[in-house]
Design a protein. Structure first.
Length: 453
């Protein structure tokens, strides 16, 4: 049913977090929880709501990882760390608590629906007191996560002290920030202790559900039957999710130039393209061809990032006019970046071709299947495909123009520094139109199929 992935996802949330530095990224943990809840979310609304919130939490955690770029190398980043810790901590708590509540409410309902005994059970402790296991587990999960967010924020608050000494100056006085490492060690130890309990209780509860044969077999039988009778519904769900991955790929294709280096590495966009291709491959087998191209694009993007960092760490753009070595290294960097953008454009074009084929085929098996005096399916599908084809092709054209403009940027900026405005405008147009095109596809095809089920 996927509860093994849910356990693994929660396990990845147990470790202490130092500001925004997370050894075991929570984004991966939330992604595993989302994957583990997928099947059950098709049948239980509260679980679907929880899964949607955990997905949003995964995006927040991805943004948290990206925020590291704003800290590294900044010697005066104390206030920035406080701000990031506070903003992300508040966002995580606000989203995590309702997600867990919805999850356990959905599990309780599913226990009644599928005859599960371990989903909602009462146990008696040594003192004879009755304990509602799901409620107790839910409350501890929320407590632990909130405590972990607080344990991250409190040490950072020491940076808010404006003066080293207030009042009488003493020789042995210390600013509050002096105690920040000690506070992190103290709270880190407490997080680990509470985290071990968190892992045990979470694994024990979800493990008991996995061991409930009646619950799992009943749901498994229902899910298998649904796969056969509602194939277009599951296909629409998967394709809709794949298109959301494409939107993420479009957003992360944006060129974020800080200190002349593109910090939003193209490998992130390539990873979303690969994720989208993997999601589609079950119902669109030819989508698997995008995976090796995504891997190749990720490789060139990383190479481009490394060579940019190396060049601008040692030289400026003006150095190419009077340092031969700088000129050679700059043009090498420009060529690698251009190659990366050519590969990115090729990946986008191939993706749009795959989507075009998928939309054409899926229109045949979605919507009203029978012809009537007022409705001819073939004509309606042809009209819908023509409408969506224009949007998909326009997305490919705008994206290609953006990637070409970004590819020649390093050459043009030597003579026209303001050229950066051109490909920034094109990137925004590409992102905005990608969202518009995906919305059109969902409104006219996959979204309608999900709503009608």
């Amino acid at each position: 049913m996927g509860f093994g992935l849910v356990i693994a996802g929660f396990v990845l949330l147990f470790n202490p977090v130092i500001n925004v530095f997370d050894v075991l990224p929570d984004a991966i943990g939330f992604a595993l929880i989302v994957a583990g809840l997928t099947k059950l979310s098709y049948f239980v609304d509260d679980v679907a709501r929880a899964r949607s919130m955990f997905f949003k939490l995964a995006l927040v955690q991805a943004a948290k990882i990206a925020s590291i770029f704003f800290i590294v190398g900044d010697v005066n980043s104390g206030s920035t760390k406080v701000l990031l810790s506070f903003v992300f901590g508040i966002a995580e708590v606000i989203m995590f608590a309702p997600a867990v509540v919805w999850l356990f409410e959905g599990l309780s309902f599913s226990g009644v629906l599928y005859g599960g005994k371990n989903v909602s059970r009462i146990k008696v402790n040594r003192r004879g007191k009755k304990i509602d296991v799901p409620v107790s587990t839910r409350n501890y999960i929320i407590f632990f996560y909130v405590f972990r967010c607080v344990a991250t924020l409190v040490p950072e608050l020491t940076e808010l002290q404006m003066y080293d000494n207030i009042g009488t100056v003493e020789a042995l006085s210390r600013p509050l920030s002096y105690y920040k490492p000690a506070l992190y060690r103290l709270f880190g130890l407490l997080v680990v202790v509470f985290g071990v309990i968190f892992i045990i209780r979470t694994a024990k509860y979800f493990g008991s559900i996995i061991a409930d044969k009646t619950y799992c077999e009943t749901f498994g039988s229902m899910f298998k039957n649904a796969l056969e009778t509602r194939r277009s519904f599951f296909m629409a769900h998967r394709m809709s999710t794949a298109l959301m991955m494409f939107i993420a790929a479009s957003f992360t294709a944006y060129t974020l130039v800080i200190d002349e280096v593109n910090l939003l590495i193209g490998a992130i966009s390539a990873a979303f393209f690969a994720a989208s291709a993997i999601m589609m491959s079950k119902y669109v087998p030819r989508a698997s061809i995008l995976i090796p191209f995504s891997a190749a694009r990720a490789g060139t993007a990383i190479a481009s990032f490394i060579i940019q960092v190396r060049y601008f760490d040692e030289y400026s753009i003006e150095a190419i006019d009077f340092v031969d070595k700088a000129a050679a290294q700059y043009y090498r960097m420009a060529l690698v970046t251009a190659a990366d953008m050519v590969l990115a454009a090729a990946l986008l074009i191939m993706y749009c071709i795959v989507i075009l084929g998928a939309v054409r085929e899926h229109l045949k098996v979605c919507g009203i299947m029978d012809d009537t005096a007022q409705y001819r399916k073939a004509s309606r599908d042809a009209e819908t495909f023509s409408y969506l084809r224009i949007r998909i092709i326009t997305t490919a054209v705008l994206g290609t123009l953006y990637f070409i403009s970004a590819g020649i940027y390093r050459f043009v900026e030597l003579y026209l520094p303001a050229y950066i405005v051109v490909f920034v405008v094109l990137s925004i147009a590409f992102i905005a139109y990608s969202v518009y095109a995906v919305t059109a596809i969902n409104n006219n095809l996959y979204g309608k199929e999900i709503e009608s089920a």
